[in-house]
Design a protein around this ligand. Structure first.
Ligand code: ATP
Ligand code: MG
Length: 660
């Protein structure tokens, strides 16, 4: 293995802001020294049963106490946390706060049009959730049933999620940018009874007819009996199917403002969430109740130093795991207020994030590097609002380049906020490598140190052996189960084992490469398999290829992500046409439309390149060659001797030049 080389920027160290300790108007840090973190970390690894057992009793209200903490193992893929404990997840995120602090704000709704939002208290949210749960129950939803949620970022999406779990049912939120086909795939895999949607969604003043998309999907979903439609527009615009579709506003208000919680066991599934899935077929990652809620609570409290009096601002979408953990479950577990942001960073202009922070006095801000790049490019002049309420700025989803980290720190944070680069995955449920904002010195570009309970390993990809000590580079893995780890893939436990546990026996394999530097800091090097990340939307290249291949003219397709200043990555698609088909503008349009309708507009190829593909003798496409040619590094192709036809490289180079 190569040794880690550190550049000047990698050696730069930023200390947590001293005002966290000096300014008495700020809440007292949840952790106040690096030694305290180290001691807690050591205890969490050496004695996970005591560490997590104590914490679970402290922060979760149990209906029945547990007698075991961790049971089973990673190796056997059968681990369980607090297995015989019983709890009501909705009680923990809602009722207990509605009882203790009914008038505290739960949801800060920032609508697409500034100033059209509102604050919702815990008391109000509890009433809304109970009424929605009553309506769902009347549609036959009960414990263990699956409910699909395909909605914009409005308070009703949170109401729908919490109403589902109040009944012991399981939600699967599908990002509302996905096409009808992608929605149907997910609804069918999960076997959902009900789909909850809205007539339209608004983003940056654009209107998207969500209900129409659902109408295209649901006829192909035999398990769906009802569609519950929230009226988001001023005048209802959707056409309703008799006997199947019901307006939310017609049915929900008829139910009582309080119904009891359904108590579930700690390992009852809380939700499914589909990842892009590297083989093309989406994977329904299963998170269970107590362990997930504990991970969400602990990372909010320590990584973001969230307090019950804080106002968490995550501008993500509940269609992804970030929204589940850091918009909904983490902040609400803590009884804090949480932002539901319907708009975009650019609407009505590039000041939107900062005017939102100022308006609601948000204390944490959490977005993906793609948004930070966009705003940095737009210019400093847009960062003119009073953002002094902020203490912690978070980044998630892809590596944040040091120059973007520093802009976030200096320009947005005015050098007095902690910047937390948080590394985690849908499958990990909550952060696994991230700073404790109040105490961990950060290095721009590094996600810093493992979170409590994460027994991290850098593994040699060739031997599968752990590389001990510092100054090592390999693949990132975890040695022990942690509470918020995904337990299985929905109807695919073998797939779970094959994807995460088999590649490196004895470890949970993240799929990402990483280095540990001489200070023990973790540097994520990107993924080992093939995925593109467009404005924070992660998609497997094979999913886009599969869509292109459905077009009659396409013989073969290979998709690669190329760096894009604005969106992080953009899709470039290499296409080999079938005999008898010719390249023309019409065909190009059709191909792009194919991707848009089958996956979603965000997956559209930015460039189509028509050429033969570099295939190995065993038929695998050598994407490395496509990437090198696109990067203009034709002279660094490396070994091409395994190609079935090495001459094809020249065709590709010519085709790329033509396409430029
Ligand atoms: P699939 O597993 O289907 O391919 P996905 O991995 O793209 O989906 P997520 O679970 O949302 O979907 O993304 C997790 C991945 O995002 C990580 O494995 C890593 O590659 C990347 N990632 C997340 N946070 C960071 C970060 N702070 N730094 C670097 N990479 C990150
Ligand atoms: Mg992944």
């Amino acid at each position: 293995m190569t040794k880690v080389t550190t550049t000047a920027v990698e050696q730069m160290i930023i200390q947590p802001p001293s005002r966290f300790y000096e300014d008495s108007s700020l809440p007292k840090p949840n952790i106040s020294s690096l030694d305290e973190y180290k001691a807690m970390y050591e205890q969490s690894i050496k004695n996970p049963n005591k560490f997590w057992g104590d914490m679970a009793r402290e922060v979760i209200d149990w209906d029945r106490d547990f007698s075991t903490v961790l049971q089973g193992s990673l190796q056997a893929a059968d681990f369980a946390w607090f297995a015989d404990g019983m709890l009501s997840p909705c009680y923990n995120v809602l009722d207990r706060h509605a009882i203790a602090r009914p008038d505290a704000t739960a949801i800060i709704y920032e609508a697409d049009e500034p100033n059209q939002g509102r604050h919702i208290t815990y008391r109000q949210l509890l009433a809304d959730v109970c009424q929605c749960a009553g309506a769902l129950a009347s549609l036959g939803v009960g414990k263990g049933d699956r409910v699909a949620i395909y909605m914009p970022m409005i308070p009703a999406v949170v109401v729908a999620m919490l109403a589902t779990i109040r009944l012991g049912a399981v939600h699967t939120v599908v990002f509302a940018g996905f096409s009808a086909e992608s929605l149907a795939d997910r609804v069918n895999d999960a076997g959902c009874k009900v789909v909850i949607t809205s007539d339209v969604s608004y983003r940056g003043s654009k209107v998207i007819p969500l209900k129409n998309i659902v109408d295209k999907a649901v006829p192909n979903c035999p398990s769906v009996t009802n569609v519950l439609v929230f009226q988001r527009s001023a005048a209802p615009t959707a056409s309703m199917v008799d006997g199947r579709d019901i307006w939310w506003q017609d049915i929900v208000p008829k139910f009582p403002r309080y119904i009891p919680n359904v108590s579930v066991s700690a390992e009852h599934p809380l939700f499914l969430l589909y990842t892009s899935g590297s083989t093309g077929k989406p994977k329904g990652v299963v998170h269970t109740t107590a362990g997930y809620l504990l991970g969400a609570h602990a990372t909010c409290k320590y990584v973001f130093d969230l307090h019950p009096t804080d106002r968490m601002g995550c501008a993500g979408d509940v269609g992804w795991i970030t929204g589940h953990t850091y918009i909904v479950y983490g902040p609400l577990m803590m009884g804090a207020a949480t932002l539901v942001f319907e708009s975009t960073p650019a609407y009505p202009d590039f000041t939107r994030y900062w005017s939102t922070v100022e308006r609601h006095k948000l204390t944490q801000w959490y977005v993906a590097p793609t948004a930070i790049r966009l705003l940095q490019r737009a210019g400093e002049s847009f960062v003119k609002h009073d953002t002094s309420s902020l203490r912690v700025l978070g980044s998630v989803g892809e590596p944040i380049a040091p120059e973007n980290f520093m802009w976030y720190h200096d320009v947005v944070g005015k050098k007095s906020c902690a910047v937390a680069d948080t590394y985690w995955q849908t499958e990990t449920g909550s952060h696994i490598v991230a700073p404790i904002s109040t105490v961990t010195p950060t290095k721009p570009g590094s996600a810093t140190l493992p979170f409590f309970g994460i027994d991290l390993a850098i593994v040699d990809p060739l031997t599968g052996k752990e590389l001990e000590g510092n100054d090592v580079e390999g693949v990132l893995a975890v040695k022990q189960p942690w509470p918020s780890a995904a337990r299985t893939v929905w109807r695919g436990h073998d797939r779970y084992i094959d994807t995460y546990l088999k590649p490196y026996p004895g470890f949970y394999f993240t799929g990402d490469g990483a280095a540990r530097d001489s200070d023990g800091y973790i540097w994520i090097r990107g993924r080992v398999d093939d995925v593109v990340n467009i404005s924070g939307h992660r998609l497997s290249t094979s999913e886009i290829e599969a869509a292109l291949m459905t077009h009659a003219a396409v013989a073969e397709a290979a998709v690669v992500g190329v760096p894009d200043e604005l969106t992080g990555q953009a899709v470039n698609a290499f296409i080999l046409l079938k005999d008898g088909f010719e390249v023309n503008a019409e065909l190009e349009k059709e191909l792009i439309l194919t991707v848009r309708t089958q996956i979603g507009p965000f997956a559209s190829p930015k460039k189509l390149i028509f050429s033969d593909l570099p295939k190995t003798r065993s038929g695998k496409i050598m994407r490395r060659i496509l990437r090198k040619v696109l990067a203009g590094e034709e002279d660094q192709l490396g070994d091409v001797s395994t190609l079935a036809d090495p001459k094809v490289v020249h065709d590709i180079i010519h085709a790329v030049h033509r396409a430029h």
